[in-house]
Design a protein around this ligand. Structure first.
Ligand SMILES: [Zn+2]
Length: 234
């Protein structure tokens, strides 16, 4: 308790003064060096000492896009894709394997879509499954219209779920955005050609559901347009 000592000294000095009366001069001469002042001065000096600026800031690492998922880039020559056609499965659950089985049961060659985006019921939420026909760059079997142009040159993406009254999950939307960005970049597909199934002339379907269709028209396509504007401005 270093602060107590000077106080005691002061108290003792005061007592001495009181006792000594006019002998005050002598008593003051006997006072020790006031350590209280020394402490205060030292404390003030310590308070104003500035710490050196930090030199241990973490290095800034450039943001890197992750590697493309396996299977997105086919090993064979690209088909001349013109459209991306978006679907919902209109089922609560499902996966590429489940729909492949359904489509084969109808007598089709294999899964009709090129990609399936899972919803957590049949596969992990947001997982992009690559269908067998994508690796072969084979025409689709998902958007039948007279002349069959949308199957011949349309990439079919199906989101598992029923989106008449609700949006695909955030995980599905994020995966869809990434996949569509990749496909439009790689194959030079215009944002206007990223469509909901019902938009293909000659179709008569509710697919991909009212809410998802609004999302395609009001969110996804504007996002792609903005993105291509920015790319052109670079
Ligand atoms: Zn459809």
């Amino acid at each position: 308790m270093p602060l107590n000592r000077p106080l005691i000294v002061i108290v003792m000095a005061a007592a001495s003064v009181a006792l000594a009366g006019c002998q005050q001069g002598r008593v003051i001469e006997e006072l020790p060096v006031p350590t209280l002042i020394e402490h205060s001065a030292r404390a003030r000096r310590l308070r104003v000492v500035k710490l050196p600026p930090s030199v241990t800031r973490p290095p800034v690492t450039p943001r890197r896009e992750g590697a493309l998922p396996a299977g997105w880039v086919p090993a064979v020559a690209a088909r001349q894709w013109k459209w991306i056609v978006l679907h919902h499965s209109a089922t609560d659950s499902g996966s590429a394997r489940v729909f492949d089985k359904m489509h084969r049961a109808k007598g089709w060659d294999e899964l009709g879509y090129h990609f399936v985006i899972d919803n957590g019921k049949g596969g992990p939420a947001g997982r992009v499954e690559v269908g067998g026909r994508w690796a072969k760059q084979k025409w689709g079997a998902h958007c039948k219209v007279p002349g069959n142009a949308y199957n011949e040159r349309g990439i079919g993406i199906c989101l598992v779920g029923e989106f008449g009254d609700r949006l695909p999950s955030a995980a599905q939307r994020a995966s869809l955005r990434r996949l569509v960005e990749f496909l439009t970049d790689r194959y030079g597909i215009a944002p206007a050609n990223v469509i909901g199934h019902r938009e293909a002339p000659g179709t008569n379907t509710q697919c991909p559901g009212n809410v998802m269709q609004r999302y395609v028209g009001l969110t996804l396509r504007p996002h792609l347009r903005q993105r291509s504007r920015l790319a052109r401005a670079r």
